[in-house]
Design a protein around this ligand. Structure first.
Ligand code: TRP
Ligand code: SF4
Length: 333
């Protein structure tokens, strides 16, 4: 059987350059190489977002999917849907939870980390949070995908998915292919603070869908070589995040920037202006496409509804097979 790719993102709203280079660009590329499925992990969001806060999930989904589509995810090539609209995944999650030892879940580093971040004890966090990787496993195998493009931080989850699948297959017969992480070299993008990885929660990000003016304004606040205090001081490009970004957005000018920085030929203000221009040029077509799609109110909903319909047809086959293997009979007729 040919390999099938699955990945998902929690609906975080508009994506930033870190999300683009860390994941989305790779997803778009994979579309040409594999059969691909990409989902909005909105049910996963409920592990941390509850009550009134859930009103943000739908608008965030729409903003994120606009970014996906504008970046080149093509509903004609890939299956795109929101997890909550394919409820078969919840059935599979429940059945997988029966063959997953609690100890495996409590040992996952991301779980311990989350509990700590939430300032909680393991006794107080929700059952759903402990089961996060089980739901993730259900996502991956529901349509029998086995290649999972993720960042290095998600690797423990994928390993756990493989363990769960192995256990299910041992107990009930070969049903699912064992998933494997698809690790691709992606440039890691540092935020405008010049220290931490770009992230929305740290507010050090550059949004893909920002206007050119907004982008320029934020780029002008970027932290540069701290030792370059005066315009006449030569700078050190290798410690400056503006310089690292020039490599991505102005590759043709990188020699010039290096030369002019180290000889104090160019000031940081002009250097940043050049970078903002490069980023805005890079994102210009993306932004045009996105604005066109955003102007069409039902567009994202239609894409996701169509994706969910197609996904559910395939998901039902899997659930039927799983029911039969477990001895629960058939679900659909
Ligand atoms: N847990 C992933 C994240 O936080 C999102 C996700 C949900 C996912 N289901 C998945 C990733 C299945 C890969 C495969 O980034
Ligand atoms: Fe960084 Fe450019 Fe200033 Fe050099 S000139 S320190 S590369 S912003």
């Amino acid at each position: 059987m040919a390999n099938k790719v699955f990945s998902a993102m929690r609906p975080s709203g508009r994506l930033h350059l870190g999300n683009y280079f860390g994941a989305l660009e790779n997803w778009v590329r994979l579309q040409g190489q594999y059969e691909c499925v990409f989902a909005v992990a909105d049910v996963h969001t409920l592990t941390t977002v509850t009550g009134k806060e859930t009103e943000i999930i739908k608008p965030n989904t729409r903003e994120m999917v606009l970014d996906w589509l504008a970046a080149g995810l093509d509903p004609g090539k890939s299956l795109l849907f929101a997890q909550s609209q394919v409820p078969e995944v919840l059935v599979l999650h429940s059945l997988l939870s029966m063959v997953t030892p609690l100890g495996w879940l409590l040992r996952v580093p991301t779980f311990k980390e989350r509990v700590r971040q939430m300032n909680e004890t393991e006794e107080n966090v929700s059952y759903g949070l402990v089961g996060y990787p089980v739901l993730q496993t259900a996502d991956i195998i529901l349509l029998k995908a086995d290649r999972v493009p993720v960042g290095i931080d998600q690797v423990p989850h994928i390993e756990l998915s493989r363990e769960i699948v192995r256990r299910f297959n041992n107990l009930y017969g070969e049903t699912f292919p064992e998933p494997r992480a698809l690790l691709t070299e992606t440039p890691s993008i540092t935020g405008i603070d010049g220290v931490a990885k770009m992230s929305k929660s740290l507010d050090n990000h550059l949004e893909l869908a920002a206007t050119a003016e907004e982008t320029s304004k934020r780029v002008m606040t970027m932290v540069t070589d701290p030792q370059r205090q005066r315009r006449s001081d030569p700078g050190r490009p290798e410690v400056c995040n503006v310089y690292s970004m020039h490599k991505l957005f102005n590759p043709g000018k990188i020699g010039y920037v290096h030369q002019e920085c180290t000889t104090a030929g160019i000031g940081c203000v002009d250097c940043k202006k050049l970078l903002a221009e490069g980023i805005n040029r890079y994102l210009s077509d993306f932004r045009t496409r996105r604005a066109e799609m955003a102007a069409n109110p039902g567009f994202v909903d239609d894409v996701l509804a169509d994706g969910a319909r197609r996904a559910r047809a395939l998901a039902r086959e899997t659930i039927d097979e799983v029911y039969q293997r477990i001895g629960l009979g058939t679900l659909h007729g």
